[in-house]
Design a protein around this ligand. Sequence first.
Ligand code: CP
Length: 306
Amino acid sequence: MLKGRNLIEPMDFTLEELEQIFLLADEIIKNPTQYAKMCDGKILATLFFEPSTRTRFSFEAAMLRLGGNVIGFSEANSSSVAKGESISDTIRTVSCYADIAVMRHPKEGAALVASESSHIPVVNAGDGGHQHPTQTLTDLLTIRRVKGRLKNLTIGCCGDLKFGRTVHSLIKALSRYEGNKFILISPQELNVPEYIIRILKEKNIEFKQVEKMEEVIGELDILYMTRVQKERFFNEEDYVRLKDSYILCNEKMKLAKENMIVLHPLPRVNEIAYEVDDDPRAIYFKQAKYGMFVRMALICKLLGLA
Ligand code: CP
């Protein structure tokens, strides 16, 4: 039962609960009009302390397409947080007005802290370099619909694996399905955090860490590209040195399997050349669209409406 629950990190839901969300998302994609009034009278609050396009807009579009309403802010300065109000007091107040809240915050653990004081479901829309569980729902729904399975896949994660919260959440989530292997492609300075490596080792999951994409792209079923995130660096020089470590282009795509798919949580900067967008294996905009449908399903489930 997902009614009233929070989603703070990908492991909060069992595999069966995830499957319920994906099945509902499939239904909504097939029959959107049937769900157009599902959230009539309900209010979603979006509390975004960091910039966002896809996550905020897809949540807002999801609630509006379900017939509900949306309140919120897209920068901390436009709320009383600017006057020094705590996250805890903010969410307690928002709980008085809304039925469900979605929060993005630069500090790791912020959504968890909020959920502890909330009377309504809280969804983590990204907490610093930590986790981004609804991006993971988006990624899983996309893989499930395009590849037809979530198991027995070789997944290459490429780019900023140190600060990339989408990658941390995705590896945790996909490591629950049997037969998946990971190839982690990054410069050494941007290697995946040790706690993620520990999870892979504890579960005896096959993985390797490499620096060159060209050496491994031919082995992959999924290439998950990520941006080197300027906002997570303390030092501009390091960012400038590392920002163009990987640029996926048509030449490199020639080395990949015909049925490999390229995912990216977006936004992209330079890491995927625009020429790749025309390759049918590049499905990152389809992925962004699935993000709205899976969030529609999530809202319905957390509100106990479907
Ligand atoms: N994928 C993602 O989180 O994008 P936004 O930062 O635009 O929300």
